[in-house]
Ligand binder design. Structure first.
Ligand code: NAD
Length: 338
């Protein structure tokens, strides 16, 4: 099977090379078509951050594995990542956060396990970037929440929760204040919930959700939210399990899906071969499961978990009294643990 791969900007090429080397050592039956996409492509004059050839390849292959991409600075310039999600209607952003042995957090030290999946609506909300100055002193942004858009992401979340045998599915929202937009999303949630009587469905106001996530994260399982709130809550959840280095993500559409880490290009450490490739590797493992390569996924995941358990760590996590390894050495340790 062939997939499109975009290495991305900043730390992207370093962590992507590490992950592809792990796949190769595992004899994962994937072929790669490397596509031109990212800030460096934008700088060459392609204002959506990809060449027409890259777009055509991704559309014919249906699957993109991507490194992080830098958003070009300047007014009126759209994020390459948001453009990609919109272009291919990847309506659901799934981010799975799990406690990992060897990655110490306040919760792991207290023996509180975390297994939370955040499903974020990925296309609508304020991410249309429809904003302008109403007067010299007043800026206006428009927020779109639609019934079809809400129904498709909420239905995806319920299906995923059922497959995961989730104990609970929760809608995070601010319908007490944004009664029409968030109110519509919440109505859609309970409409879909009727089709899934086997799942315990409830809702919570997003600020209360944040407070409860940091005090009792083990009481949550699957959480579905609108785009902006989902973006913020999922970074909060990344913090619960050890930080952005452990946060994978999948952008799911009907025809095209994009797998990537939650984190960005980490310009402060780019080019130093010290970045943590775990989030991209976890995204790659989720991609292998998505295409049915479940055995390869399991072998690589076990090797990763064992490596973390033995205390091997890059500089961003782990026991600071023990020396850290670089990106290449971290990948080598995983390969040695197959
Ligand atoms: P960032 O995630 O790149 O970095 C935040 C902090 O986390 C930095 O200190 C960085 O060193 C650290 N970090 C991130 N990933 C790491 C890793 N794998 N290993 C070790 N440390 C890691 O966020 P930012 O600085 O706000 O954004 C930088 C650029 O990335 C911006 O241009 C932004 O638009 C872009 N971005 C892209 C994506 C994407 O491609 N999906 C997502 C977020 C941000």
């Amino acid at each position: 099977m062939k997939i499109a791969v975009a290495k991305g900007d900043g730390i992207g090429p370093e962590i992507m090379d590490a992950v592809l080397r792990i796949f190769q050592a595992n004899n994962t039956p994937l072929e790669y078509e490397f596509v031109d996409m990212g800030k460096w492509v934008f700088d060459k004059g392609f204002n959506n951050g990809m060449t027409p050839e890259a777009k055509a390849s991704i559309e014919s292959l249906g699957l993109l594995f991507k490194g992080p991409m830098e958003t070009p600075k300047g007014k009126g310039v759209k994020s390459i990542n948001v453009t990609a999600r919109k272009t291919w209607n990847t309506f659901a952003n799934k981010r799975a956060f799990q406690s990992l042995h060897g990655v110490d957090t306040v919760f792991s030290k207290a023996g509180i396990p975390i297994d939370i999946t955040v499903v974020r609506e990925n296309i609508e909300d304020t991410y249309g970037g429809i904003e302008h100055m109403l007067t010299h002193d007043v800026a206006l942004s428009r927020r779109f929440i639609t019934r079809p858009g809400s129904m498709q992401v909420i239905r995806y979340a319920f299906e995923m929760a059922r497959q995961k045998k989730a104990s609970r599915i929760t809608c995070g929202h601010k319908a007490n204040i944004m009664k029409i937009t968030d109110g519509l999303f919440l109505d859609c949630f309970y409409e879909v919930a009727k089709e899934y009587p086997d799942l315990k469905a409830d809702d919570i106001i997003v600020d209360d959700l944040c407070m409860k996530l940091v005090t009792r994260p083990d009481t949550f399982d699957t959480v579905v939210l609108t785009n902006l709130q989902g973006d913020i809550v999922s970074d909060l959840c990344a913090g619960l399990v050890g930080g952005l280095g452990f946060a994978p993500s999948a952008n799911i559409g009907d025809h095209i899906s994009i797998f990537e880490a939650v984190h960005g290009t980490a310009p402060d450490i780019a080019g130093k071969n010290i970045a943590n490739p775990t989030a991209l590797l976890l995204s790659g493992i989720a991609m292998l499961r998505h295409v049915g390569l479940t055995e390869n996924a399991a072998v690589i995941e076990n090797a990763l978990l064992y490596t973390l358990e033995t205390g091997v760590h890059t500089g961003d996590f782990g026991d600071k009294s023990k020396p850290s390894v670089n990106t290449t050495e971290f990948a080598n340790s995983i390969i040695a643990n197959f």
